[in-house]
Design a protein around this ligand. Structure first.
Ligand SMILES: C[S@@+](CC[C@H](N)C(=O)[O-])C[C@H]1O[C@@H](n2cnc3c(N)ncnc32)[C@H](O)[C@@H]1O
Length: 215
């Protein structure tokens, strides 16, 4: 499948898509597992939450989020990669409250219901700025009043001021949109789209942030 945004690093394909979870584990020397569990815990999921997962990936995050849900809570993943969708379906097949659809998050869409949380994990940094603004709009439209847009991604920083152990892999692995992403003021941008009451939690020496924004 051809990339929609050739310079994006989040349109994951082929081998990387097929072995995404394993690659994340190996690249972080096994640390990713604990990190993602802690990050998802700090989402403060309520047991009846209806959660939309933008760029849901393999279903690893959905399974972790589902631990906090009762039978009434729901997760719907939006994904474009069939390789990811297949893994998501396999991983979550036991749970009728977890589903996934092939849906682009970078273009306007309508869903049947509104959600308590829109979660986007390591997807947002990988798009041009005008597309990120569309994704914010899509999250806003999909949320109930008081719903939360939760962005787990890189924090804001000046790349050349980060320590070498972070800067070298970041510059090597990440795409050009990520370099622009980290230098923007996202609370200000989200405010401009109607979001309020920001909360932030930091991970990995503040290089990663979970940003919550209320509708
Ligand atoms: C870096 S992975 C992160 C996956 C998952 N959120 C996680 O944290 O493990 C990025 C994901 O976003 C998906 N993606 C990329 N562009 C997308 C788009 N326009 N709409 C929906 N999903 C997209 C990719 O297929 C991939 O599964």
């Amino acid at each position: 499948m051809e990339k929609f945004y050739p310079d994006s690093g989040v349109e994951i394909q082929g081998f990387t898509a097929k072995f995404y979870d394993k690659i994340m584990n190996v690249m972080t020397f096994g640390g990713y597992n604990l990190f993602i569990k802690t990050a998802i815990k700090s989402m403060e999921i309520h047991q009846d939450d209806k959660i939309l997962d933008f760029g849901a990936g393999t279903g690893r995050n959905a399974l972790l989020m589902n631990k906090y849900l009762s039978g009434k809570g729901e997760i719907l993943g939006l994904e474009i990669s069939e390789l990811m969708i297949d893994q998501f379906k396999k991983k979550t097949e036991k749970f009728r409250n977890i589903n996934i659809i092939n849906q682009r998050i970078d273009q306007p869409f309508e869903l049947e219901k509104k959600y308590d949380k829109v979660f986007i994990s390591f997807v947002f940094h990988g798009f041009p700025f005008d597309v990120q603004k569309q994704i914010i709009q899509n999250a806003f439209n999909a949320l109930k009043e008081n719903g939360e847009f939760i962005v787990l991604d890189f924090n804001e920083f000046i790349t050349d001021e980060t320590p070498l152990y972070f800067r070298i892999p970041f510059k090597k692995i990440e795409c050009k949109y990520a370099f622009e992403y980290v230098e923007r003021d996202w609370k200000q941008i989200l405010s401009g789209s109607g979001f309020i009451n920001f909360e932030e939690k930091y991970f990995l020496k503040k290089h990663i942030r979970l940003l919550k924004a209320k509708k």
